[in-house]
Design a binder for this molecule. Structure first.
Ligand code: URP
Ligand code: ZN
Ligand code: ZN
Ligand code: ZN
Length: 470
């Protein structure tokens, strides 16, 4: 039987190894990987270029309901378009429960927002903000059984945060039903206390956002999250780890044999607190995210922890708000005190090229480590492996062919709906030359080829990630 497509002369890289092969594709799946050259309707010559599995961005926010007038700039259409052009073929945004809302309702609403609107495959994490007895005893177990096998817990943000007792309750459900709990670890009371002090002193410019959330606020919450995980005896994954102090807590936990997974993001490698402003000008609002970017020495700590296996997952935490918009960073059409500036920065499209160029091509990370962090491990952590996250017969034909070339990041060339990128002007040495989603070209290196509505909702299995001791 004729294959649909064969990619010839590929330098195939998986999390495990690198080898030369042809990749045969039929009905959107990889059916053969090897030197054998099967007859196919279409051939793409990779010409010795590196071919990796498509990226799995396991932490991004798309069309997430927000208190008005705040509104996310990207929905499933623009978000998955942008992802594809940057080599990401699976996205996992969040179906967020509002306090008072049933979890089931939040999931239904999020399906309405995504159905028929995605160019690449997707699934959801749940955000549990109101762990009522009905949620803990009925809704969450039922949703986990249906394939919603991961959820996020917040230790900060008034409308989302849980107290320690509530976190223990939710972690117990994760343990009993085999789900992966992601934790946003920052101490809410410390942040509120510091914010009030800064406000009393008139220090409300964007740069003071970083002063309101110093590393110890993250360190304390990280330590507490680890203790809660140990008490319940269940693995957790600490998201968007920003620097040395949280890394030290996670290293300590690993050293004690605890199953603590961790994620970091591009902003902690490529931005510093100075990007929030060195004076009281407002442009720094563009780089406000939580936890905030730290300093150069902390960037090095994050690079080292990526290399040595402390981090399992590298995600964007794409949280898209326009800068010059009353729905975004200039909420209500005004420059706001930092307390009211929407938190988050865009990064779906730039995540993979930034790490490939500044990680792999500088020698900081092996190619295999790059694949593990951007694709294989996120697929394992959230029950999508081996359908996603690898190049092997039976896997979905989600692939990236990498072009090694000089390219400068300009927002005008990106495909999200956000009016800026925090990475404007950064010079890279690589970009995806081709992205395949389910065997179809969705990005050819120059043009986006829409496949609106062909991105499928993925039902997740149980997490299959294990920590290495360190
Ligand atoms: O500032 C951020 N990261 N906003 C997005 C929401 C979150 O906490 O991940
Ligand atoms: Zn978070
Ligand atoms: Zn986030
Ligand atoms: Zn530009």
């Amino acid at each position: 039987d004729l294959l649909d497509l064969v990619i010839t002369n590929a330098r195939v890289a998986t999390a495990a190894d690198t080898f030369d092969a042809n990749i045969g594709i039929k009905d959107g799946k990889i059916v053969v990987v090897g030197s054998f050259l099967p007859p196919a309707k279409k051939t793409i010559d990779a010409a010795g270029r590196v071919v990796t599995p498509g990226g799995v961005d396991a932490h991004c926010h798309l069309d997430q309901p927000m208190p008005a007038p705040m509104k996310m700039a990207d929905d499933f259409e623009t978000g998955t378009r942008s992802a594809a052009c940057g080599g990401t073929t699976t996205v996992i945004p969040f179906a967020a429960q509002e306090k008072g809302q049933s979890l089931r309702d939040a999931v239904r609403d999020y399906h309405r927002r995504s159905d028929g609107r995605a160019h690449v495959d997707y699934t959801f994490h749940l955000i549990v903000s109101d762990p009522t007895p009905a949620v803990l005893n009925e809704e969450l177990p039922a949703l986990i059984a249906e394939g919603y096998t991961s959820f996020k817990i917040y230790m900060t943000y008034d409308d989302l945060k849980l107290n320690d007792g509530q976190i223990l309750d939710v972690l117990s459900v994760a343990r009993q039903h085999g789900a992966m709990a992601m934790i946003h670890a920052e101490n809410a009371d410390c942040i509120e206390w510091l914010t009030r002090r800064l406000e009393a002193a008139g220090q409300t410019a964007p740069r003071f956002h970083a002063h309101s959330r110093p590393m110890l606020v993250e360190r304390e919450a990280t330590h507490r999250a680890i203790a809660l995980s140990e008490l319940v005896d269940v693995p957790i994954l600490i998201v968007h780890v920003s620097g040395k102090e949280a890394v030290e807590q996670i290293r300590w936990a690993r050293g004690h044999g605890l199953q603590i997974f961790a994620e970091t993001c591009p902003q902690y490698l490529f931005l510093t607190a100075e990007d929030l402003g060195i004076d009281d000008s407002y442009v720094g609002a563009r780089c406000i995210c939580s936890p905030p970017p730290r300093d150069r020495s902390n960037q090095e700590v994050i690079w080292n922890a990526l290399r040595d296996g402390l981090f399992s997952v590298f995600s964007s935490d794409h949280a898209p708000f326009n800068y010059d918009s009353p729905e975004g960073k200039k909420l209500d059409g005004k420059e706001q005190p930092f307390r009211h500036i929407p938190n988050g920065i865009p990064g779906l499209e730039t995540r993979m090229p930034l790490l490939y160029s500044e990680g792999v091509l500088t020698g900081r990370l092996s190619l295999n480590k790059f694949v593990e962090l951007t694709s294989t491990n996120p697929a394992k952590a959230y029950g999508l492996h081996p359908r996603k996250g690898t190049i092997a017969p039976g896997a979905d034909a989600d692939l990236v062919i990498w072009d090694e070339k000089d390219i400068t990041i300009h927002n005008s060339a990106l495909h999200h709906a956000v009016d800026y990128t925090p990475y404007e002007g950064i010079q890279l040495k690589a970009w995806p030359g081709l992205t395949l989603s389910n065997g179809e070209v969705v990005w050819d290196g120059k043009n986006f080829l829409p496949r609106l509505g062909k991105g499928k909702f993925l039902t997740c299995g149980k997490p299959t990630l294990m920590t290495s001791a360190r």
